[in-house]
Design a binder for this molecule. Structure first.
Ligand code: DAH
Length: 341
């Protein structure tokens, strides 16, 4: 076979180099039309065959057709490559790693305080207590006066109490629910009242809003021994062990006699540690026999009926149960913390 005319060889090489360089379909189409299009270089060689020397016309024509075919083949091959690469790139963008764990729906969960509160409620409902709820915006009468807390009592001080316009206040304790639950009702009754309470107080150990649970029982022959029995059982349930309780004589206007209760520190078993300020005891709450005057204010015959009452914080119990170092963590609503519980 005759050697290819050199201008066709270099033209073909140039075309192939440009085809290899083209990396989009658009660029490739442009290269193809530069050589094979209506005004393309190879096309013009074929068109000008009529002017060629008749002795060379046939072989020149064949060479030009071979060049045309070679370029056409390379264009087709390159087109396949570009299309493949584009498909892979698109697939890469949408690719799914089937070995990744599935993204399940986000499940909500109960707040540590709700968990402890529910646990407490479950214990007391199991003992025959029913739940009473009162409003957080309370009257001064229910929060103080009916509970035998006199006008000049320091608890009434604006430093401790959030007073609202119109004479109401944010309840400072759940004891106000005693009044709501007992007024106009006939004993016997056993109630618990868990809920939020408010005081002017902000420190690492105090928050202006916190939670208490109140319990009270009234009948014809309820006594302090019943109170202690219930509290011992409650402490054993709550602390999942057998803590010691200590009753210190104290004064609350709405109970007589009154006591402050402590339980033996669970962390050092009463030996004394940082958490219990080296006393071996943790403060738990207050309790006592309901003052006859409170019963009278609720319309209950205090000659015939007696009752006990107790009240304690819930938040501290949640701190201890879940090993949370700061009260603040319980109220900030930071999911990074809450999801660990
Ligand atoms: N209400 C008291 C307080 O918030 C706690 C308390 C003490 C409640 C004695 C009681 C009780 O029912 O008998 O500090």
């Amino acid at each position: 076979m005759a050697a290819e005319p050199s201008h066709l060889v270099s033209l073909t090489e140039r075309a192939i180099a440009e085809i290899v360089d083209a990396d989009t379909i658009h660029a490739l189409n442009a290269v193809r039309s530069r050589y094979l299009g209506r005004k393309g270089e190879v096309t013009s060689v074929l068109r000008s065959l009529g002017d060629a020397d008749p002795s060379e016309r046939a072989s020149l024509g064949q060479a030009a057709n071979r060049a045309k075919q070679a370029i056409e083949d390379r264009v087709a091959a390159r087109r396949g490559e570009i299309e493949n690469a584009e498909r892979n790139r698109a697939l890469g963008r949408q690719s799914i790693d089937v070995t990744l764990p599935g993204a399940g729906p986000l499940a909500g969960r109960l707040h540590p305080i709700s968990l402890v509160m529910r646990d407490m409620v479950e214990f007391f409902t199991g003992m025959g207590f029913s739940i009473e709820e009162g409003p957080e915006v309370e009257t001064e009468y229910n929060n103080f006066e009916a509970l035998n807390i006199p006008d000049e009592h320091p608890a009434r001080d604006e430093q401790d109490t959030f007073y609202l316009e119109g004479g109401n206040l944010l309840r400072t304790h759940t004891s106000s629910v005693q009044i709501r639950a007992m007024t106009g009702r006939e004993p016997p009754f056993r109630f618990i009242a868990p809920g939020r309470v408010y005081r002017h107080d902000l420190s690492p150990r105090h928050s202006p809003m916190f939670h208490q649970i109140e319990g009270f029982m009234v009948d014809e022959d309820v006594n302090f021994a019943d109170l202690k029995g219930i509290l011992y059982a409650f402490a054993r349930h709550l602390m999942q062990g057998d803590p010691e309780l200590r009753f210190r004589s104290n004064h609350f206007p709405f109970t007589e006699p009154s006591a402050e209760m402590d339980y033996s520190c669970r962390l050092c078993d009463g030996q004394g540690c940082k958490v219990c300020s080296h006393t071996g005891w943790m403060e738990w709450g207050g309790c006592g026999m309901i003052h006859p005057r409170v019963l009278d204010r609720c319309g209950i015959d205090s000659d015939r009926f007696q009752g006990f009452a107790f009240g304690m914080g819930i938040d501290r119990a949640a701190l201890l149960r879940y090993g949370v170092p700061h009260l603040r963590l319980l109220f900030e609503g930071d999911l990074r913390f809450l999801e660990q519980i």
